[in-house]
Design a protein around this ligand. Structure first.
Ligand SMILES: NC(=O)c1ccc[n+]([C@@H]2O[C@H](COP(=O)([O-])OP(=O)(O)OC[C@H]3O[C@@H](n4cnc5c(N)ncnc54)[C@H](OP(=O)(O)O)[C@@H]3O)[C@@H](O)[C@H]2O)c1
Length: 298
């Protein structure tokens, strides 16, 4: 069995990666938050510890998944964010090159400025806030320095269920669970959801084909926060119980003060050209996600 070291594996995406790879690879999954039995402790900002772990495990691939993903936290803690989301990626590049193994780095649709309606793999990023900049600088370091790499850009992540999902779907589900009968949803933010399980399946395919490089990797279909919220309500069949009020982003400007592009829609142009785009459309994946993780939640 080939071996994969997965750093920062305790989050939404890590859960899907563990499920997707555990039967076919020998895994070592670490995180600074040890929240599952298959995880062990590593804070990848500590270079000596990271190096010792990876060199000792001697993997065939290094997956560097972890990051700070809360945009407001990042905006208020810039140095800590660059240390975590950028400098630790530089360490990962060094370790992968040292072992002469491929590196996986996860980037984000949020690195674009939103002036275009959608972005393909070759569009020029122009990050607006600290989180986006920290991720883009990580991306650039990998491109410029790693011997072999996969960089996969995800969109609006959904996955992990109530215990791990920190993002939009869980925020909506929590409000419904708490008995809210009115939801306030922005009508000026476009993007592409990305189901962690589909992402992990597509990534595995790419890895096994050894098509190294940088890829957009999001669900099919272009959508918006508003449409995703409407779809959740429709899947749950509670249209007559929960009302959606459309608001502009200004409505949330004190809570969500980090800059966000009006559009962070990606298209998987390179995956399509290679004939390797197996990610489902966002609404099908969303239904699968809710069915799989939220059956007993409400
Ligand atoms: N979430 C999204 O919408 C989204 C979209 C596009 C791309 N991405 C990228 O996808 C990747 C996976 O993120 P995710 O969605 O799975 O987010 P997540 O649920 O926040 O998971 C990230 C994990 O990384 C861990 N981590 C942070 N700093 C670490 C450190 N110094 N050492 C070890 N582990 C550390 C976090 O631990 P703590 O919880 O203790 O901080 C968390 O368990 C990230 O690179 C992220 O930038 C995410």
């Amino acid at each position: 069995m080939k071996k994969i070291y997965i750093a920062g594996c305790g989050g939404m995406l890590g859960e899907a990666f563990y499920g997707q790879f555990k039967d076919d690879y020998e895994l070592k999954c670490t995180d600074k938050d040890v929240n599952a039995s298959w995880l062990s402790l590593l804070d990848f900002r500590h270079f000596d510890a990271y190096k010792n772990e990876v060199i000792t495990f001697n993997p065939d691939y290094l997956f560097h998944l972890g990051a700070y993903t809360d945009l407001e936290f990042c905006e208020q803690n810039a140095d800590e964010t660059y240390s975590t989301n950028t400098l630790a990626v530089e360490s990962a590049v060094y370790l992968a090159n040292e072992l002469d193994i491929p590196l996986l780095y996860i980037s984000t649709a949020g690195i674009f400025d939103g002036k275009k309606e959608f972005y393909d793999d070759w569009d020029q990023p122009n990050p607006l806030g600290v989180y986006a900049r920290s991720k883009y600088m990580g991306e650039r370091f990998v491109v410029e320095n790693a011997k072999r790499y996969l960089i996969c850009r995800a969109g609006w992540m959904m996955g992990g269920g109530p215990g791990k999902d920190k993002k939009f779907v869980q925020k909506i589900m929590k409000q419904i669970k708490d008995g809210k009968r009115e939801l306030f949803i922005v009508n000026d933010k476009d993007g592409t959801p990305t189901y962690t399980h589909d992402f992990a399946i597509n990534l595995k395919l790419l890895l096994e084909k050894e098509y190294w490089g940088l890829y957009n990797m999001v669900c099919g279909g272009q959508t918006s926060r508003l449409e995703v919220a409407q779809e959740i309500i429709s899947i749950l069949g509670i249209q007559d119980k929960v009302k959606i009020n459309e608001v502009s982003s200004d409505y949330f400007k004190s809570e969500y003060f980090a800059p966000r592009p009006p559009s962070e829609r990606l298209i998987n142009r390179k995956l399509n050209i290679r004939g390797l785009n197996v990610i489902r459309d966002w609404n099908i994946a969303l239904k699968d996600y809710l069915d799989s993780y939220y059956q007993d939640y409400l």
